[in-house]
Design a protein around this ligand. Structure first.
Ligand code: UTP
Length: 277
């Protein structure tokens, strides 16, 4: 049983400066809901109700969001506005929240290792909240991946095809096709030049990791950009045939970039308008 989901949220969000100078990127809203709440809802839907944040300086707003806001709630109690807090209240009641700080931003692999004490010796989900994953009429992406973990018992990474000229922004995989949407990973490169990329299958911000990943990260040298890359650690598991890449069902929007954020906002607004018509 997987019950824990790690949210690395310590990054600086430089692509969104100046908005992210004093506010966490993960609190940027798509319509009226912050990105991080979409991520926690996806984890909860997958049965991962122990939510673990790897935070950094300037991220307090995330802790406050997953807490009651006493004065505000008193003020709107008994009015129609109470309804707008229903979703977040349900989430707070159904999940537990833990926080640990990454003191130096040494990369995603390092952020995940920082969560080791909270996660312990069990498999866990990882959600990068700035990758917004929306699914219609299916379980969410994390729920799809947890099901696969139960089948394969090894690390699962979510992938999608990206245009060749975009591969330099992602970890890119190669491997042996097991079925239409499953690949056993044999190679993995972090942010390759398009000419060196093994494919155009990019890893997006959803992982289920087996706990041996922690020892591997500990022994992983800093890679691209001097950061400890999760891709390099996963490559070690892949050499033993223990990483499955999954072409998930649904749509992913890169809300860490201004363009992707605007696309996601438009998409959600149109969806809302359709629901209300
Ligand atoms: P990004 O590459 O999107 O970096 O990190 P970033 O700092 O958030 O954003 P930009 O590129 O400067 O605009 C991917 C995820 O990994 C987390 C980030 O918070 C984000 O969710 N991360 C990255 C950490 O928690 N710690 C790190 O040291 C690096």
């Amino acid at each position: 049983m997987i019950t824990k989901c790690l949210f690395p949220v310590a990054g600086y969000g430089t692509r969104f400066l100046p908005a992210t100078k004093a506010m966490p990127k993960e609190m940027l809203p798509i319509l009226n809901k912050p990105l991080v709440q979409y991520g926690v809802e996806e984890a909860a839907e997958a049965g991962l109700s122990n939510i673990c944040f790897v935070t950094g300086r300037g991220k307090r707003a995330i802790e406050d969001h997953f807490d009651i806001s006493f004065e505000l709630e008193q003020q709107i109690s008994g009015t129609g506005k109470e309804k707008q807090l229903e979703g977040i209240r349900n989430l707070i009641e159904s999940c537990s929240f833990s926080y640990t700080r990454q003191i130096e931003m040494l990369g995603l692999g390092h952020a995940i290792l920082t969560g080791r004490k909270i996660i312990g010796d069990e498999a866990f989900g990882v959600i990068l909240a700035d990758d917004l994953c929306l699914v219609e009429d299916e379980p969410g992406v994390m729920a799809q991946m947890v099901k696969l973990y139960q089948q394969f018992r090894c690390s699962i990474v979510a992938i999608e095809e990206v245009p060749k000229d975009q591969v330099h922004r992602y970890g890119v995989i190669d491997g042996e096709v097991l079925s239409g949407d499953l690949i056993r990973v044999t190679d993995m490169v972090e942010k390759p030049d398009p000419a060196d990329a093994p494919s155009n299958l990019a890893i997006i911000g959803r992982y289920v990791l087996s706990p041996d990943i922690f020892d591997i990260i500990e022994n992983t040298e800093p890679g691209r950009n001097g950061e400890v890359q999760i891709t390099d650690a996963l490559m070690q598991q892949a050499r033993d045939g223990c990483v499955i890449a999954y072409k998930f069902k649904g749509q992913r929007m890169d809300c860490g970039s201004v363009e992707g954020f605007v696309d996601a906002t438009n998409y959600c607004f149109e969806r809302l308008a359709k629901e209300q018509s």
